[in-house]
Design a protein around this ligand. Sequence first.
Ligand code: GLN
Length: 232
Amino acid sequence: AASSVSGKTYVIGTDTTFAPFEFRDAGGELTGIDMDIIRGIAASQGFAVEIKSLGFNAALQALSSNQVDGVIAGMSITDARKEIYDFSAPYFESGVQIAVAKATTDITGYADLKGQTVTAKTGSEGETFAKSIADQYGFTVKSLDQSATMYEFVKSGNAVAVFDDYPVLAYGISQNNGLKTVTDKEPGGSYGFAVNKGQNPELLAAFNAGLADMKSSGEYQAILDKYLKDPT
Ligand code: GLN
């Protein structure tokens, strides 16, 4: 199966800024864990990729309508998504967490969100989770399309908290983005590479084969270390 990808070019959708998984480096080039993984697998499996930085929800829509062949975007493997997409083997364990502005002292748990507005990304696991507890804790969810916009929304006081994936919050906080976490992460989905249901099975097989090679050669761990060990 892996040989049938040979020489082909696949269009891959991704998020805009979801560091350390995808973001632009100082020179404006798309970089990050997801980018290194998909480019490394493409190189080892003999196919080419054209990466489209679409935004998370837009990438999922593009996949549903076959405008892209695959999505790698820190995308969690969920049961609901498995109905409409086919996923690779998991490659990173994640989970949702909340963050608040650094100066905020009166929010230490979900109960403190009562009567407040929070933000989460349109179409994300964070949004689904926030909405699932919104009634119970009495808060409102304002969905936005990009992590960077959500963080600004919190820092400007338009929302008191953001629900996002913990490794992305942790990375941003390590770069002094003005936020802090106040709760433990929720156990969550693992990230997978997705194709549209029943489409591009050879691409999915090649991804899984390439990922397995990358793990056994140590290249996968080297990619994680590059972005997570000493983020600068
Ligand atoms: N992991 C989350 C999800 O799949 C968020 C992904 C993202 O924002 N790029 O919903």
